[in-house]
Design a protein around this ligand. Structure first.
Ligand code: RIB
Ligand code: CA
Length: 308
């Protein structure tokens, strides 16, 4: 059995990723930690608790974490995921309650408890993980692996021409994580924009698949409208579920590169630029595995299976 801790700024694509993990029989979600990002922290907590209930499986503890980035002002994405982060579905309040322990302490506590077996999946800004690294200098030795949704590989970003949302929201936190010695796999936004993109046929399939399939489509309604306003593509991308699929099923990785990586956090214009030394020009030590492609069709096959 694999042991997962999921760190999330719970909005609509995070929600689908949480449902996938909670319904995957071969892993246990030991904890869900929330971090401000897409939404203010309080909304992230509410959405995470709702997803735990919606999964109809088991109830891992949910913890509240950092309310803002390490140095920068909050940066939310209501225009992409809706005011409630969940496509403005007007969902009822959750019946489950958040834990009293802080998420940063929960990360440290679970890493210590599962000594070398805990796998962390981050779906939002890295503020919680960075704080855990600062608080427990031995964290890298206790955590088996970290799967990170962030950056945009070697392609343009989705917030600036250089920066993807999770890394733009708190680039200093990314810097601390990349320097921490943690073993990491980075899945960029571009991976979810490829053949993993949920098109109209996929929407039709999800809507006839199950209640969870319909929920996955409905909560991403604002994201779909946002995409329609910016591109000629009908549908929505699922960067967090794509990253979750890589974590759940590493065999989905078709190509990846081990590289030295860093993030720009000094420059205002280039803030949040995740740089991948893909041709070893810096001669610096490798500090990340970056996924560059996933096997065609496997993401949707796993998504539909887990939501059925
Ligand atoms: O850039 C995509 C990322 O930003 C996803 O994690 C999405 O939920 C938003 O947080
Ligand atoms: Ca997210």
């Amino acid at each position: 059995m694999r042991h997962f801790l999921i760190d999330t700024d719970t909005a609509s694509d995070d929600a689908v990723a949480l449902l996938m993990a909670l319904r995957a029989p071969h892993i246990t979600v030991e904890a869900i930690t929330t971090v401000a990002g897409n939404c203010p922290l309080e909304q992230c907590v509410k959405n995470a608790l709702l997803c735990v209930e919606k999964s109809s499986t088991y109830h891992p503890p949910v913890y509240a974490g950092m309310t803002k980035p390490l140095f920068r002002a909050r940066y939310h994405s209501h225009h992409i995921h809706g005011e409630d982060g969940m496509g403005d579905m007007a969902l009822p309040p959750p019946s489950l309650a958040v834990e009293s322990m802080h998420a940063v302490d929960a990360i440290i506590e679970h890493a210590s408890r599962f000594q070398g077996k805990l796998e962390i999946v981050t779906l939002g800004p890295l503020t919680n993980l960075a704080m855990a690294v600062l608080k427990d200098p031995d964290l890298a030795q206790k955590v088996k692996h970290v799967y990170i949704m962030g950056g945009s590989g070697l392609t343009p970003g989705n917030i600036t021409p250089l920066a993807e949302f999770n890394f733009y929201a708190d680039a200093e936190a990314v810097h601390l994580v990349l320097q921490s010695g943690l073993s990491v796999t980075v899945v960029g936004w571009e991976i979810g924009m490829g053949e993993a993109f949920i098109n109209q046929d996929d929407i039709d399939c999800l809507n006839t698949l199950s209640d969870l399939g319909r929920f996955a489509v409905r909560c991403n309604r604002t994201l779909m409208a946002f995409n329609a306003g910016r591109t000629d593509r009908v549908g929505f991308d699922l960067p967090d579920p794509t990253t979750m699929a890589v974590a759940l099923f590493p065999a989905i990785i078709e190509n990846c590169i081990e590289a030295h990586t860093w993030i720009e956090y000094h420059s205002e214009k280039s803030y949040g630029h995740f740089v991948i030394d893909s041709t070893q020009l810096t001669f610096q030590a490798t500090n990340a595995r970056v996924v560059t492609s996933i096997k065609s069709g496997m993401f949707k096959q796993k998504l539909f299976s887990l939501l059925s």
